[in-house]
Design a protein around this ligand. Structure first.
Ligand code: HAM
Length: 410
């Protein structure tokens, strides 16, 4: 038997109900924030991710699903959504249109990681990207959106925030960090040696204890921020406090992708996920549009990992709805098909094409979480009626079919 690939899951009952509820809440909340739904391809040129997510990242360094296609193109299954959205934004010349553009998307992402609880090779993200808004108010706006989503889902979270500095102050810090790293040459891990060249900032979130021990003496990013970065961070913190969003400043939060500047944030769930406990991450990436060939455009966004959220969601109680229709004899089946069609799309209506006993139909209706069970026997067939039972109130009625198409509200 052919089996699914390691780290790639099917979404089947009963989890599918949680996904459906989650997507409904995500779409609804995104719309309330004035975001527009978009979709970009799963497959993109590899160069796109190398230039945006960055050579220093584990994603580009080790985890890409990269291959040469039949036309000899070097392509990659998207490991994240931001790069594709930025590419699409520039390609559609929206960077030249001016104004503020707010988008959301949802779909599968691919990273060749070692699968474990909460870490898959195909996983799903709900992402948000906003272009054209320089104000830190937008950073706050998006953090409030993510926090509202988690609150609606009753998922407790911890929010970590940091500022990575802007074009004015980040290079100075980078230089002093590089000087420091020169001083500890030969003592840091292989990954940090690589990051030292590609994106020195990323050494700060190295998981290696020996490295962390050394970095306690490294220059502090927070002490190198310019006035504007300091004041923007203070504004963000004030808004979060006013909205009772619990947060902590984490000076080592640098995020695993290279495109960030200024605000960076991560939502963590402390219980129920084990070590893979980041449920959302994002931040500002004011230089990425320009780096990918577009007109300089400030941008900010985040993405939520859906599998991790589904793991944390309680069971979704299935609401009884619609009608389950069955017949005792074969001659009534087509009447039921016509009746179902008259009820839809106002009501969910499902027809069983096999004649069965009344008890069996009631049992199947119950299993389908139907609100009503409608059955036609020989008497009903002869008189053009249908017997209907409300499975919550237990009330039973026999009605002419023509009337029943109008009132299923008891
Ligand atoms: P990210 O932090 O790499 O950010 O991913 C966002 C979320 O995706 C994580 O917090 C986690 O919940 C989920 N996730 C990541 N990898 C896996 C995996 N292997 N298995 C299951 N879930 C996973 C980004 O991808 C950025 N594009 C976010 C962003 C949007 N920044 C600005 N705009």
């Amino acid at each position: 038997m052919v089996k699914s690939l390691r780290g790639m899951n099917d979404i089947l009952p009963p989890e599918n109900r949680r996904y459906e509820r989650l997507l409904a809440i995500l779409f609804e909340t995104a719309k309330a924030w004035g975001l527009e739904w978009i979709e970009t391809p799963i497959l993109e040129e590899t160069a796109l991710f190398k230039r945006s997510v960055g050579e220093s990242s584990d994603i580009v360094g080790k985890e890409m699903y990269q291959f040469i296609d039949k036309g000899s193109n070097d392509v990659c299954m998207r490991p994240e959504g931001t790069a594709g959205v930025v590419r699409a934004f520039i390609e559609a010349k929206l960077d030249r249109a001016g104004g503020v553009h707010r988008y959301f998307y949802s779909g599968p992402m691919y990273r060749y990681e070692r699968p474990q609880k909460g870490r898959l090779r195909q996983f799903h993200q709900f992402g948000v990207e906003v272009f054209g808004e320089r104000s830190v108010y937008e950073d706050a706006n998006l953090i409030l959106l993510a926090a509202t989503i988690f609150t609606r889902l009753s998922i407790p979270y911890r929010l970590k925030i940091n500022s990575l500095g802007c074009i004015k102050c980040a290079p100075g810090y980078r230089q002093s960090l590089c000087d420091f790293l020169e001083g500890v040459e030969g003592q840091i891990c292989e990954d940090c040696e690589r990051r030292k060249v590609t994106n020195p900032l990323r050494v700060l979130d190295c998981k290696n204890e020996a490295c962390q021990h050394l970095y306690r003496h490294a220059p502090k990013l927070s002490e190198h921020l310019c006035e504007e970065c300091v004041s923007d961070l203070a504004t963000l913190e004030a808004i979060l406090t006013r909205h009772h969003i619990p947060f902590e400043r984490d000076p080592n939060l640098v995020r695993g992708l290279d495109y960030y500047s200024k605000t960076a944030f991560e939502f963590i769930a402390d219980h129920g996920l084990g070590s893979q406990n980041a449920i959302a991450g994002g931040g500002r990436y004011d230089r990425l549009v320009e780096m990918l060939g577009g007109k300089p455009t400030p941008a900010v966004g985040f993405a939520i990992g859906l599998e991790r959220i589904v793991e944390l969601m309680g069971e979704v109680e299935e609401k009884r709805e619609g009608i389950w229709l069955g017949a005792l004899d074969p001659e009534a089946i087509e009447t039921l098909i016509d009746f179902a069609q008259a009820l839809r799309p106002r009501y969910k209506a499902v027809v069983d094409y096999t004649p069965r006993s009344m008890a069996k139909h009631l049992k199947n209706a119950d299993r389908d979480h139907a609100l009503y069970c409608g059955v036609i026997g020989s008497n009903e067939f002869a008189t053009g009626t249908i017997w209907i039972k409300n499975l919550i109130t237990k009330e039973e009625r026999t009605l002419p079919i023509t009337e029943a198409t109008k009132e299923l509200t008891w």
